[in-house]
Design a protein around this ligand. Structure first.
Ligand code: SF4
Length: 353
């Protein structure tokens, strides 16, 4: 149930049945051209498809024009309050702008922004946040509510539609996962425009991972959302990795590989937690057959049998590890060689496929 309408952000289609795209936001200075390019390249490497840059002042808008010339990454300019900066960002080559029409001001100012976007042929994301709800909506709905967020988003979309503009994306974000879910669900029933999903101010890494996995995951599982941003108080590369993990877990993107590991028990005689992390790190650097399943198990007695469905695996013992494939034991290796030997078994086994 992707959105009916679609927009194009440079080479990426959002909505209309296109796969859910992953975006992130730079956190280096928007005035530092080289730092922006470096971060955009890192994000691209991690699988990011659209990058948003905040444009707080003129110098940032000028930097955006320079960055535009050095990357093909679709760039979104994030603008608050100042319609002239929005127009400058459009002229600097932004592929989309994100505004909250409510804080841009008068109809005439919003109209100028709309005209610039229309002339450039780029979409606008109408972004509504729980922290910036209009006073009359707060009064009508008795504070910040999902219904109020939805109402504000619909009104802002209509405001732009009434100006003859419909190249639109909408987002509603709250740091309250349940409210975020309900507001986005309500707006998905009231608009055909593509929906950008995410949980705002998700918090530190641990909390952010949990809030985003539940908040974004629930929406995706309900078929809602055309593009997504995970928001973490951490390196944005982590946001992109987590976004891919959420898409994989929701079944919307093929897993690069599936790593299964046992919960450990009294039979475990090896540091399985570290071993599983090490194996995961080694696999991440390999080019693998999509969907391949690798197991990291705690004991030789039950490990290979319990993980019979795994293409390859290791079962730990005291100071050693047993490498197996589809339940069959291949060889026993010293503990220090486990990861290298597992990688070798995968390479050998896969070379003829
Ligand atoms: Fe315990 Fe072995 Fe099963 Fe892991 S594989 S849970 S160590 S019995």
């Amino acid at each position: 149930m992707s959105s009916e309408l679609s927009v194009k952000i440079r080479n990426i289609t959002v909505g209309g049945g296109a796969p859910v795209s992953v975006q992130s936001m730079t956190n280096v200075s928007s005035r530092d051209e080289d730092a922006l390019i470096r971060q955009i390249e890192e994000l691209q490497e991690a699988g990011c498809q659209i990058v948003r840059i905040s444009i707080p002042d003129e110098e940032s808008a000028e930097t955006l024009a320079k960055v535009r010339k050095r990357t093909e990454m679709p760039l979104v300019a994030d603008i608050h309050f100042d319609h002239r900066l929005a127009i400058k960002a459009v002229n600097a080559g932004a592929d989309k702008i994100r505004i909250n029409p409510g804080n841009i001001g008068s109809d005439e100012k919003v109209r100028e922004v709309v005209r610039a976007a229309k002339d450039a042929g780029i979409p606008i994301r109408v972004g509504v946040n729980s922290g910036s709800l209009e006073k009359n909506i707060l009064e009508r709905f008795g504070g910040v509510t999902a219904e109020g967020l939805c109402e504000s988003a619909v009104r802002n979309l209509e405001r732009l539609e009434d100006m003859g503009f419909d190249d639109l994306v909408v987002s509603l974000k709250s740091s309250d996962v349940a409210m975020n879910y309900e507001a986005t669900r309500l707006v998905s029933m009231r608009t055909p425009h593509p929906i950008h999903i995410g949980v705002t101010e998700a918090g530190t890494l641990r909390r952010g991972i949990m809030k985003s996995a539940v908040g974004i995951g629930a929406l995706l599982m309900a078929g809602i959302g055309d593009t997504m941003r995970v928001s973490l108080t951490a390196d944005p590369v982590r946001e992109v990795r987590l976004a891919q993990d959420i898409l994989e877990a929701a079944g919307l993107r093929e897993k690069a590989y599936d790593l299964v590991s046992c919960p450990t028990c009294g039979r475990t005689e090896i540091d399985l937690v570290s071993l599983a992390e090490e194996v995961d790190g080694a696999l991440a650097g390999m080019s693998l057959r999509p969907g391949i399943k690798i197991a990291v198990m705690g004991c030789v007695v039950n490990g290979p049998g319990e993980a019979r469905s795994a293409d390859y695996g290791v079962a730990g013992g005291k100071g050693k590890g047993v490498i197996f494939s589809r339940g069959e034991i291949l060889r026993t290796v010293p503990e220090k060689d486990i990861v290298a030997e597992l990688v070798r078994a995968i390479r050998e086994g896969e070379s003829g496929k």
